[in-house]
Write a protein that binds this ligand. Structure first.
Ligand code: CP
Ligand code: NVA
Length: 309
């Protein structure tokens, strides 16, 4: 994977997804054992944020520092990007200074443009249409729990958003069956569904759409939800609250799932909306393991893009 970009899960081959899971397992073990790993010594990571973040910022910054490197946080307010300097120029300038670039922004096209003009690897830290690092951490969390993911049932309930898009593709890549459960008008983009279904077909798994939560949640191994209004959709929050009110994970929905089902949420969560407080805090929840795994998986991705074996 040396020198490549991670712009979406679709960029990764089946073998690369497996490689990331293996590398994350290895780096997590070393970290827990307190073993120093200096892969990024004398290296610098630039992190561009056009949207808010807690997990992504801290896990990338801490993860890069744990590997001996230095990370720089860049936002619009304090850089020339906010005054209109084009991303093409920013890409070429940063490439002269740093070894890796991570970006969280609105349009996927901006991430693609950054990667096109950059000579160092670019990692997508979330756009309006995808969140590949999240999906990799989520699948790593499921992998730790179940080991063999083939034919396990992954159910996403809520808004068919950026996280749902990346989860569809990562489920297809690891051979999990996925049901995306949304009300009409909130399903993911048809092209993204078709792309994930095409990959699923290759491995013999299924990506299905469903509007009935009771049907979707039956025998789930993973129940997943995310906020009803994502960053940038604040003005639609009231309407979304109304339209999505029945698309949540609560005790009743959990009852339909398999006994050893895990409950996931990428965070931040709105208790009492897409997830009830009792399920969020309950024994099936692996939400904070999932948040922790952002650290290990992103360290793995960065190490592989830099060329570490
Ligand atoms: N899940 C996630 O990406 O969280 P942040 O928005 O806090 O980075
Ligand atoms: N769908 C959410 C994910 C946040 C990590 C958003 O884009 O705001």
């Amino acid at each position: 994977m040396r020198g490549k970009d991670l712009l979406s899960i679709g960029d990764l081959s089946f073998a690369e997804v497996e490689l990331i899971l293996d590398k994350a397992t290895q780096l997590k073990k070393l970290y827990k054992e307190g073993v120093q790993c200096e892969i990024m010594r004398d290296k610098t990571l630039a992190m561009i944020f056009h949207k808010a973040s807690t997990r992504t910022r801290v896990s990338f910054e801490a993860g890069f520092a744990q590997m001996g490197g230095h990370a720089i946080y860049l936002d619009n307010q304090s850089t020339q990007m906010g005054r209109g300097e084009p991303i093409e120029d920013t890409a070429r300038v940063l490439s002269r200074y740093v070894d890796l670039i991570m970006i969280r922004t609105f349009k996927q096209e901006m991430v693609e443009q950054l990667a096109k003009y950059s000579t160092v690897p670019v990692i997508n830290g979330l756009t309006d249409s995808s969140h590949p690092c999240q999906a990799l951490a989520d699948i790593f969390t499921a992998y730790e729990k179940f080991k063999n993911l083939r034919q396990r049932k992954f159910v996403f309930i809520g808004d068919g958003n950026n996280v749902a898009n990346s989860l569809m593709m990562v489920c297809a890549k690891v051979g999990m069956d996925m049901v995306v459960c949304c009300p009409k008008g909130y399903f993911p983009d048809e092209k993204i569904i078709a792309a994930a279904q095409a990959v699923a077909k290759v491995v013999g798994s299924k990506i299905e759409l469903e509007s009935d939560v009771n049907i979707a949640a039956k025998n789930a191994d993973v129940l997943y939800t995310d906020v009803w209004a994502s960053m940038g959709q604040e003005d639609q929050a009231q309407k979304r609250k109304q339209d999505l009110k029945n698309y949540k994970i609560d005790a009743q929905v959990l009852e339909l799932a398999n006994k050893d089902c895990i409950v996931m949420h990428c965070l931040p969560a709105h208790r009492g909306e897409e997830i009830s407080g009792d399920v969020f805090e309950g024994e099936h929840s692996v939400i904070f393991d999932e948040a922790e795994n952002r650290l290990h998986v992103q360290k793995a991705v960065m190490a592989l893009l830099i060329g570490d074996k």
